[in-house]
Design a protein around this ligand. Structure first.
Ligand SMILES: *Cc1c(COP(=O)(O)O)cnc(C)c1O
Length: 372
């Protein structure tokens, strides 16, 4: 049985008539760049997250960049984040003229290890970006406590954590600002590029609204140098339809993850993901850890199971960041997991048979291939 890594067609098929209708409304209204469909989505997404404001922007990278700018982060500043993330987290820091400073991740949650923050602190540190990797929040209380005691901003990279929770509160609403991506494959995905910042801070909300639209406070009145980071009207309309499916989709992801976990607990050579007691994991990515990752990947590909690797090279070892001067061996957990992570198919529309097929193929590989 073939199991694709992602299946957006299956996700959109039952919503197709509703989405076609939403797109037709945008065309009829001619509201393509920003406008009422984006404003309606912003209100609905803020309400979903349980916070005051949501600001729609062009993509998740814009969200991070503008959130940093709204917190006055600029040249000469340092922002602490993790190397086990998508490149965009660090890039956004660099765009501001600031320098990313990395700390390693925790071995069980794969998110920022708060105990290591002290090692990365300097007189230039202005903020911290914890990443809610794979759909599980970082341990936010000690991170927030560390930041508050030193007057640092906390901007959450929640691009993989739509609807995830930390102690009953939604990812993105715990720090000064939370940044979301609606890239098509995310738990809440647009029909193209889109992103949002959520915040309870009126000043951050105002500043991002101005920054995303060329620094305009009124038409052709520019109070600062901004950029074009508006969300498309079509994305706002599509996201309103898809937001109504988010909780259902996350519940199904959790069910499939439980199915995987039950099977993989029995296997000695693989480490299944764990859900920390503080949170609700929404499994954007279901990543196993396997020392013989490449052998398992080859076996699963042969069996018709689509897999991914998130991410094969930690950010501090990317060629683009060689100028930062981090060598191999600096962040043991991030480096080891980058060699061991293997992402299995994970989306709401997986059938029980497909989950069983993936489990069967992994078990077969562990039993017969050179995994032991
Ligand atoms: C997807 C993603 C981003 C970037 O979002 P885009 O919408 O692709 O710009 C940033 N951080 C993380 C952790 C992501 O997964």
């Amino acid at each position: 049985m073939k199991v694709p890594f992602l299946d957006l067609q299956a996700h959109h098929a039952p919503l197709r008539a509703e989405i076609d209708c939403a797109i037709a409304q945008v065309i009829d209204a001619g509201a393509f760049a920003g406008g009422p469909f984006v404003a309606d989505f912003e209100r609905e997404f803020a309400a979903y997250c349980g916070c005051e404001y949501a600001i729609g922007v062009g993509n998740g990278t814009d969200a991070l960049w503008l959130a940093l700018l709204a917190c006055n982060i600029g040249a000469g500043d340092e922002v602490i984040t993790v190397p086990s993330t998508f490149m965009a987290t660090a890039e956004a820091i660099t765009y501001c003229g600031a320098t990313p400073v990395f700390v390693d991740i925790d071995e069980s949650t794969y998110t920022m290890d708060p105990a290591r923050l002290e090692l990365a602190l300097s007189s230039k540190t202005k903020g911290i970006i914890p990443v809610h990797l794979f759909g599980q929040t970082a341990d936010m209380d000690p991170i927030l406590e560390f930041a508050r005691a030193r007057g640092l901003f906390v901007i959450e990279d929640a691009a993989q954590a739509h609807g995830a929770e930390y102690k009953g509160r939604k990812a993105g609403t715990l720090g000064d600002a939370g940044c979301f991506s609606f890239y098509p494959g995310k738990n809440l995905g647009a029909f193209g590029e889109a992103g949002a910042v959520v915040t309870n801070d009126a000043r951050i909300n105002e500043k991002i609204r101005v920054l995303r639209d060329h620094g305009q406070v009124r038409k052709y009145n520019h109070s600062m140098i901004g950029w074009n980071c508006r969300m498309d009207g079509i994305q706002g309309a599509v996201l309103q339809v898809k937001l109504r499916q988010l909780d259902r989709g996350n519940a199904l992801r959790r069910k499939h993850a439980a199915g995987y976990n039950n099977a993989f607990r029995e296997l000695e050579t693989v480490i299944a993901p764990t859900e920390a007691e503080w949170g609700k994991h929404v499994y954007h990515v279901y990543a196993l850890r396997v020392p013989e990752r490449d052998a398992l990947l080859a076996h699963l590909n042969e069996a018709g199971i689509g897999c991914g690797i998130h991410y094969p090279i930690p950010v501090h070892l990317q060629q683009a960041y060689r100028g930062l001067g981090y060598g191999r061996g600096t962040f043991r957990v991030s480096e080891q997991t980058s060699n061991e992570f293997l992402s299995l198919p994970m989306y709401p529309e997986l059938s029980t048979e497909q989950v069983r097929a993936v489990v069967g193929a992994v078990e077969e590989a562990v039993a017969f291939a050179a995994l032991n």
